[in-house]
Design a protein around this ligand. Structure first.
Ligand code: ATP
Ligand code: MG
Length: 269
């Protein structure tokens, strides 16, 4: 489905959102697809990881949403085939304040800005900060569905009911349901030298599958040093090391994501 828009989200920080966005993009690139990344996070991690430069706020998604520039004029190519990006800006922390001053339609500015261009892409991926403000409301208004990465550990799992509450709250106030396309277990540790991490990994995986059943993607993303090192060369891991275990995992996960989108299987909770 062309122009399908996925919001990668979690209220917890550091769970692997930007890494997931970057490496789903890397996999799509290797599968010959075209993807647009929208970096709404003032940390600009996704921008950095695909080798792009942060820009002044008027040239980021902020400028497109505030109608200063057309979105298409701000999109940058990356050196990876098929991956284009609307780069982030270190000044995006103030986006919510600017959006709050827009008198009307402030929740739909991202959807409106994306609408003329999104059909050019097989997938649009949005990365944002771990908060719920006007920027994230805009991301939800623009999105077809949400992917939630769940890093192995206690807090990313315990925080999930808050994410659910927030999505339900959004649904009630905006009369739009944004289904969860799926949950992804990330940073799974198999290394037997790290026995407690391995136990915690299995437990996080089990609890998630007990609670959310088939909404959890079959493919798990392992903790892999190559994933942590790829940003040094500002590359998705598939380009950094095609032989890394995580490269294969991201490609398999991306195939699952595409199959769910194609199968219309995005009516979860
Ligand atoms: N599968 C993995 N293997 C090894 N390291 C990983 C993996 N996934 C993510 N990381 C590392 O974990 C850290 C957090 O990841 P990332 O920045 O993607 O999280 P985030 O949810 O986007 O964080 P934030 O909330 O700050 O935006 C980074 O240093 C990243 O390189
Ligand atoms: Mg991030």
């Amino acid at each position: 489905m062309r122009g399908y828009t996925l919001f990668v989200y979690h209220l917890k920080g550091g769970v692997g959102k930007s890494t997931l966005v970057t490496n789903i993009a890397g996999a799509l690139s290797q599968l010959g697809k075209k993807v647009l990344l929208v970096d709404m996070d003032p940390q600009c991690a996704t921008t950095f990881m695909v080798g792009a430069q942060p820009v002044p706020r008027e040239e980021s998604i902020g400028g497109a949403m505030m109608d200063i520039h057309s979105l298409s004029s701000l999109v940058k190519r990356t050196r990876f085939p098929g991956i284009e990006i609307l780069p982030g800006s270190y000044d995006l922390w103030a986006l919510d304040l600017s959006l709050g001053q827009v008198p009307e339609g402030r929740d739909k500015l991202l959807a409106d800005a994306l609408s003329p261009v999104k059909e050019l892409y097989d997938l649009v991926l949005i990365d944002s900060h771990n908060k719920y403000g006007l920027a994230e409301v805009n991301a939800l208004m623009a999105a077809n569905s949400v992917i939630i990465p769940v890093q192995v550990g206690v807090l990313p799992f315990e925080c999930l009911p808050q994410v659910q509450d927030m999505l339900h709250g959004f649904e009630e106030t905006h009369a739009k349901k944004v289904p969860v396309l799926g949950y992804v277990v990330t940073m799974f540790r198999r290394n037997s030298n790290l026995i407690h991490w391995h136990t915690l990994s299995k437990e996080t995986d089990r609890l998630l599958r007990e609670k959310y059943g088939p909404l959890v993607f079959n493919q798990v993303i392992d903790y892999d040093e190559s994933v942590a090192m790829a940003p040094r060369l500002q590359e998705p891991v598939e380009y950094y090391s095609g032989r890394a275990k995580a490269s294969e995992e991201f490609v398999k996960l991306t195939r699952e994501v595409l199959a769910r989108i194609d199968g219309g299987r995005n009516d979860g909770h």
